[in-house]
Design a protein. Structure first.
Length: 390
C-alpha cells in the first residue's frame, strides 16, 4: 500500500519536476497527449466543460482512454457545464467514464445555492498533474481566426501530483480516506534528476471546509516580499487585509506590479475593479492592462523565488464562495523563468495605467462605485448563507 509521501520543509514536497504551460494549443495538445498515454487513471475536475471543438476533442480522448480500460473520472459543475448533451453523457458512461456533476446549485440544510467548484485540475496516473485557470472550452484554445484567452497552468510530475490524485479521488468519492497509489509510485521520484527537482506544495481554498490556504499564501508572500511582487489576475478585488499587505510592501521598497484585464468577459466586475485603481496608484502600485484578448490567468511571482498559480482570483468570491486550487513553487530558476514570461507580457502586450480617470465621465465613475459596492453586498450574502464546518 502506498500513501502520499509526508511533506517536509514547510509543507513543500521536494521531489517534483515542474513546467510552465501556456494556454491555448500548447495546453490542450499536452492534455490530449497525457490522456492518450495514461496507464493507471485519469481525473479531470473543472468548472466549465463546453461541447465545442475543444470539448469534443477532449471528450473523445477520454472515451478512447476508457475503452482501453483506464479508469476515467470526470467531475464538472452542474450550472457552468449544464449544456453538456444528455446523449454525450450517456455515451461517456457507456464507454466506462465515471461522470457526475458537482453538488447541485441548491442543497438542503446548507443552502449551497452558489458554492462553486472553481478549480481546474487534471491528474494522470498519480504521476502527472495540470493545475491552472483553464476550463475546457474553445475560448481557452487557439483556433483559426481566434486567439486563446491569456491563461497558464503548471504541469507537475512527482509527489505533489500524488497528493492531487488523493484529493481528486476524495472529492469524487466523497470519502475522507485517501485511496492507494499505484504500485510503481515509489520508483517515480528517482526518475527526476536532482538539478530538476522543485519544491511544490498544494494549496486549497474552501471556506465551508475551513480551508484558506491560498489566501494565506498571498498574505504571507505580500508580507514577506523584499524586492518585487508581480501579480497577474483576471478579477482583482482584494479585501482590506491584502490591500494593507501590498501597501506595506511598497513602503518597504518592494516594487509591486499588477497585470489586469483590458477587455473583460465580465464587464460588471471590470467596472468594480477600476474603482480600485485610484487606491492602487495612490499607494504607488503599478497597473498594466493586457490588450490582445481577455486575460484569465491567476498567478504571482515574488522576489524571483516564489510562484503561485491556479484557479484562485484575488477577490472574496474565491476566498468565501468557491473551491479553489493553487500550486506554490519555491525554486529560483523556475521563478526567474516565470518572471521573464510576465515581463515580456508587460512589455509587448500591455498598456500602463497612470491616470485612471482620464476620459471617464461622472456617470462612468458612478458606475464603477456602484459596481464595487454591489459586489461587496453580494459577497456579504454569500458569506452569510454559507455554513462553515468545523
Amino acid at each position: 500500500m502506498h500513501r502520499t509521501p509526508k511533506q517536509s520543509n514547510g509543507n513543500y514536497y521536494k521531489n517534483n519536476r515542474v513546467q510552465l504551460v501556456n494556454g491555448g494549443k500548447e495546453y490542450f495538445s499536452l492534455l490530449e497527449q497525457l490522456i492518450d498515454a495514461a496507464i493507471h487513471s485519469v481525473h479531470i475536475q473543472t468548472y466549465i466543460f463546453n461541447i465545442d471543438e475543444t470539448g469534443n476533442t477532449i471528450a473523445a480522448a477520454l472515451i478512447k482512454a476508457a475503452k482501453r480500460g483506464i479508469p476515467v473520472y470526470l467531475l464538472v459543475v452542474g450550472y457552468a457545464s449544464r449544456h453538456i448533451p444528455v446523449a454525450l453523457i450517456a455515451r461517456m458512461k457507456n464507454a466506462g467514464i465515471n461522470f457526475r456533476f458537482f453538488e447541485p446549485i441548491l442543497k438542503s440544510n446548507y443552502f449551497y445555492f452558489g458554492r462553486r467548484l472553481h478549480h481546474k485540475v487534471v491528474v494522470i496516473d498519480a504521476q502527472f498533474a495540470l493545475v491552472g485557470g483553464l476550463n475546457i472550452a474553445n475560448r481557452y484554445n487557439d483556433l483559426p481566426n481566434s486567439r486563446a484567452w491569456l491563461d497558464m497552468a503548471i504541469m507537475v510530475e512527482g509527489e505533489a501530483a500524488a497528493e492531487l490524485y488523493h484529493y481528486c479521488y476524495s472529492l469524487w468519492s466523497k470519502e475522507k480516506e485517501p485511496t492507494t497509489l499505484p504500485p510503481y509510485y515509489e520508483k517515480l521520484h528517482h526518475l527526476i534528476p536532482y538539478n530538476e527537482k522543485c519544491s511544490v506544495r498544494v494549496r486549497r481554498n474552501d471556506w465551508i471546509k475551513a480551508k484558506r490556504e491560498i489566501w494565506k499564501t498571498y498574505f504571507c508572500l505580500f508580507n514577506n516580499a523584499m524586492e518585487s511582487i508581480t501579480i497577474m489576475c483576471s478579477y482583482f478585488l482584494p479585501g482590506q487585509e491584502l490591500r494593507k499587505a501590498l501597501s506595506k510592501a511598497v513602503k518597504r521598497g518592494v516594487k509591486v506590479r499588477i497585470i489586469l484585464a483590458g477587455p473583460s468577459d465580465v464587464v460588471f466586475v471590470k467596472h468594480a475593479e477600476r474603482y480600485l485603481y485610484n487606491w492602487l496608484l495612490r499607494h504607488h502600485i503599478e497597473i498594466y492592462e493586457y490588450q490582445p484578448t481577455i486575460l484569465h490567468a491567476k498567478m504571482a511571482v515574488v522576489d524571483h523565488h516564489w510562484v503561485t498559480i491556479g484557479s484562485y482570483n484575488i477577490n472574496n468570491i474565491s476566498a468565501y464562495a468557491s473551491i479553489e486550487l493553487n500550486l506554490d513553487i519555491r525554486n529560483k530558476p523556475f521563478a526567474n523563468h516565470v518572471q521573464n514570461e510576465l515581463d515580456q507580457i508587460i512589455i509587448n502586450d500591455c498598456i500602463r495605467i497612470k491616470h485612471p480617470n482620464n476620459n471617464v465621465t461622472f456617470p462612468g465613475t458612478l458606475l464603477q462605485r456602484l459596481s464595487y459596492e454591489l459586489i461587496r453586498l453580494l459577497l456579504y450574502l454569500f458569506t452569510f448563507y454559507f455554513k462553515q464546518e468545523e
